[in-house]
Design a protein around this ligand. Sequence first.
Ligand code: NA7
Length: 293
Amino acid sequence: MRVAFLGLGIMGRPMASNLAKAGHELAVWNRTPGKEVEGARSASSPADAANGAEVVWLCVSDTRAVENVLFGAQGVEASLAAGMTVVNSSTISPSAERRFAERVRARGGQYVDAPMTGSKVAAESGALIFMVGGEEHAIESLKPLFAAMGKKIFRMGETGKGQAAKLVMNLQIALIYEGFAEALTLATKLGVDPEALLPLIQSSMVHSGVIEYKAPFVLKRDFTPNFPLRLMHKDIRLALDAAREVRVKLPALETVEEIYEMATEDGHENEDYAATLALLEKWAGVEVKAVPA
Ligand code: NA7
């Protein structure tokens, strides 16, 4: 298929690379020039990348970035043709997503929201899980592209429902990780070795994929971003906003949002969200012991 891929960040670049490797005809664009993908044409603007494409796939930071790329100067809109499908894998506001979809559909295009779960590693190995909102026939036509980048697709309903599902997924990841970080901090303060604690956790009903994935990084004190704290913070805020819109109270998430605010003030925003541990350690006056490499 002829595909334009817009946004070559931590997630976008390996996703685009997997599309090129699967043999799709790819044009890529990134706001800051200099990022390239082997086998793809580097375009000068979103409009340039989208020109002649059957599918335009976005993976940029947030709601404003998606709006700029679609409808800003030299945006996708300038090249939007009837029958073109716009797919958004950025995590953004579900209500904004519905507005963007209406604008694209008014020009004869199709629109699918397809945020994903899975880390940088899953993006690299083509093992992402997509949560998708949109019309079934549009999603069906994208199957070869989803197959190149991911291992599973879940259709959650009409446009915006993919984003809604993503927010409730990240709500859980954020809360599970904070539970783990608090457990490690208290365990260390009480003199329990995290190395001894981990197999116990993973043998019990506390077991979780979040802990399995994060523990090796945390115990090496490696906070290089697989998923930057600033982006998880954005998703927590999006979930709280969405909850307010439908008058749902999320007290645990509100508290975690405050922790992210303080971690940001402490300069951790560009580290992995696992770095919220550093804040707990600072308050407790301990450091969770690193496992020697
Ligand atoms: P990164 O690694 O922070 O990458 C963000 C990308 O978004 C990167 O290509 C940015 O371009 C681009 N960006 C940011 N703001 C804009 C604006 N205003 N216009 C155009 N492009 C922009 O994020 P990830 O790849 O980890 O995640 C991407 C999304 O997937 C995000 O929604 C996550 O929550 C899930 P830059 O290189 O900075 O010029």
